[in-house]
Design a protein around this ligand. Sequence first.
Ligand code: PLP
Length: 391
Amino acid sequence: MKETPKSLSPTARVLMGPGPSPTAPSVYEALAKPTLGHLDPEFLLVMDEIRDMQRAVMGTQNELTMPMSGTGSSGMETCLVNLIEPGDKVLVGVNGVFGTRMVDVARRAGAQVTEAQSEWGRALDAELLREAAGGEQHKLVCVVHAETSTGVLQDVGPIREVADELGAMLLLDCVTSVGGLRVSLDEWGVDAAYSGTQKCLGCPPGLSPVSFSERAQSALKAREHAVQSWYLDLTMIANYWGSERSYHHTAPINMLYGLHEALRLVLEEGIDEREARHRLHSAALVAGLEAMGLSPRVPEGERLPPLTAVSVPDGVDDAAARAHLLEHHNLEIGGGLGPMKGNTWRIGLMGAGACRENVELCLTALHDAMSAQGAAPAGDGVSAAQAVYSE
Ligand SMILES: Cc1ncc(COP(=O)(O)O)c(C=O)c1O
């Protein structure tokens, strides 16, 4: 290396993609607080508060509730490797990228996986899962509550019914719902769930809150084989987060300060109030997009408020438009994945980013980006959004 690089000074982008979302200012401040030792009595109190707040935000009394060190995928992997033993039958509802990822992880953990493949951009139909299971008993049924790859919100009740018929535990991916929508793990009968810090919790990526019901804990205790992953083995990690406080790996102290503050902000605002805020700004955004002639990819009753997927209009180049937003408006939105690549924009309104200023900026900037390609929208998106706010 010729010269030591300068200290970083990244641009403060307006993050309106599928995550990471904007970090709340007080979360940034929390991240910069003095690092304590991972067994310092003061830090142990921080851990206890995180667990209590996480339970409140995930709607559970589960004892085994804590954040895993790693992004949302580490939570997914934690749930799957701790609950699956070689040969176990696992049924996964697949209607997007993250259901597909669960299939991959479950197979690697040695499960016999049945995939209930469903249309991307639509919620899973419980009947489809029932048919795919073919009446056989299963250990685990897995679905995504908030499919960030398509913008679909899944109703959990009918899936729990299928799991009951199959004698199965229910695993729920709540990466994009926790902190933005009310999540009620106990009421819904969810046995294992994971989330991520970088979506509606408004914290940088790096931790994955997880929770296991008593039934899932019993399954963990009854295992015949060691958990396939040392790093994610909850039989050991629970001893650090529980009363024993025994060392497993060095906890990411400052990231946990950030999560502490992010959870505090959710509870201070109120979960229902926070959901109402996400829903309001999403409604305004959708009204604006529709006024500009952009069609939502998901039918109204199945839409995920923190993430809106819309079709890229004919004659508009997806990548060029997103590059224009970044270059001229300092704004990031997401492109599509899988079958939606090149034809879909994914617009996130998550955590601190779910606000009127972002909705209006996004509509104005998209108008400009489309006009720059000679495809100016006919309607005025900002006025349509403003009409929603004044209702
Ligand atoms: C629904 C869902 N599940 C899982 C993940 C994986 O999380 P990560 O990328 O933080 O590992 C994501 C990330 O976007 C997600 O949206």
